[in-house]
Write a new protein. Structure first.
Length: 426
């Protein structure tokens, strides 16, 4: 094959393998939201206590993102992701054997959060290594669809399994599937073109093909470089804080939507899981729209399309609880709108902007830094949402989530005209 044909083959192989692998991370993360009603009923645990368990995974995930983002640039995705899959699948299997002791649940689910954090940042790094700057908007939208489909498939699988066999099987079966997906990634994945004897994206863009056939490591520029990149750029800080707000509403719905439908709308838990999966499925369209819209209408500036979608998200979330007693079709349509407007900005922040602002040499570190702040927001919404629902009302939780969306919108608006400059490493 020619160099161009080899690059095309490897890009397709790595993309598909990584898409499937990261989608499968959600099998052992969001299954908890479908299992919550069964766990609370069997052990008599309050929503506030289970909210603490949700907070544990998000807090550990946030801390892990800062650590594993840096390691992702150093170690690479092939080893780090494989380790994360192996450990997370084992911890999910273990969780189903636990007695109704909240402290044990906190420890195991928190550890699961840390190993889950080995997935995203190295994935972003790999996409930045394999795909040049001019295609990243499109590639980010396509790759970002993996976690919407993964979320939907995870809810569907958990809903079916838990409805048929009980909540424990909602941890055992996803763990088996997840382990299989991790094995295929270790077999098929590669960190960068130079590791298989192909030119880097910089060499490709400059027509330098002298190094073809020579296997080289993806050079790490040092922790000083990656730390400086992510901590000294004020634009990255703004993006990170905006994800703090966006993840409050994203995980508010992801964790509590099935329970809301079960308690308020009167749906069976399996049916609630199936209905909730409409949100991430619609979100995949939102991700594609955001990438296309930012290129088509705003000359690859990401902030304008994000601000528009975040405003629409706030309005949709305000309307959703008012539809609880109408025909289920109306609430389903509104839930799909919420997913569409959540995931468009989310993919822009977590994938496209991380690569644009951090360059491919610090893409994992940037993604980890930004996503780490996002999961501090998710950890806050876990326990605080449970407390508000227990002690005030579901309406109070919805106002918390709307506040997160508005916070993200205001912060991103400061970047309306900002477009990062092209550096040495694209």
């Amino acid at each position: 094959m020619t160099v161009e044909q080899q690059l095309k083959y490897w890009r397709k192989r790595v993309f598909i393998s990584l898409w499937l692998t990261y989608a499968s991370f959600y099998l052992c993360r969001v299954n908890m939201s479908v299992a919550l009603p069964g766990i609370m009923e069997e052990f008599g645990i309050s929503k506030t206590s289970m909210g603490m368990v949700l907070t544990a995974i998000f807090f550990a995930y946030a801390v892990g993102q800062f650590i594993n983002g840096q390691l992702g640039d150093k170690v690479g995705a092939r080893k780090l992701i494989s380790l994360g899959v192996l450990a997370s699948s084992g911890l999910n299997a273990l969780f189903a054997f636990l007695p109704g002791i909240v402290t044990l649940m906190l420890i195991v689910w928190g550890l699961n959060g840390y190993f889950q954090s080995m997935g995203w940042s190295p994935s972003v790094k790999t996409m930045a290594n394999w795909f040049p700057l001019k295609t990243r908007g499109k590639i980010s939208g396509l790759f970002g669809s993996c976690y919407q489909f993964g979320n939907a498939a995870s809810w569907a699988l958990a809903g079916f399994v838990i409805g048929a066999l009980g909540w424990r099987w909602g941890f055992w079966i996803p763990a088996i599937v997840f382990a299989i997906m991790g094995a295929q990634w270790f077999i098929n994945g590669r960190n960068a073109p130079e590791e298989v004897g192909l030119p880097t994206i910089e060499e490709e863009s400059e027509g330098i093909m002298d190094e073809v056939g020579k296997h080289r490591k993806d050079e790490h520029l040092g922790f000083k470089f990656t730390m400086k990149t992510v901590t000294t750029d004020p634009h990255i800080w703004i993006v990170a804080l905006s994800l703090f707000g966006l993840n409050m509403i994203r995980y508010g719905f992801m964790d509590w939507a099935p329970t809301y439908m079960f308690e308020v709308e009167g749906a069976k838990i399996s049916h609630a899981a199936y209905k909730a999966l409409a949100m991430p499925l619609a979100g995949s369209l939102g991700a594609l729209f955001a990438g296309w819209g930012s290129d088509r209408f705003f000359q690859s500036r990401r902030a304008p399309i994000m601000v528009i979608m975040l405003f629409c998200l706030s309005v949709s979330t305000f309307v959703y609880p008012k539809l609880a007693h109408f025909h289920w079709v109306y609430s389903l349509m509104c839930l799909m709108a919420i997913g569409f407007f959540i995931y468009g900005p989310h993919v822009m922040i977590c994938a496209t902007i991380s690569m644009d602002y951090g360059s491919r040499k610090a893409a994992a570190s940037t993604a980890g830094f930004i996503d780490g702040f996002g999961y501090f927001g998710a950890s806050l919404t876990g326990v605080l949402s449970g407390y508000l629902i227990d002690n005030i009302s579901w309406k109070a939780a919805f106002w918390l989530w709307i506040g997160g969306a508005l916070l993200a919108m205001v912060l991103i608006s400061f970047l309306w005209n900002y477009k990062p400059q092209k550096g040495e490493y694209h």
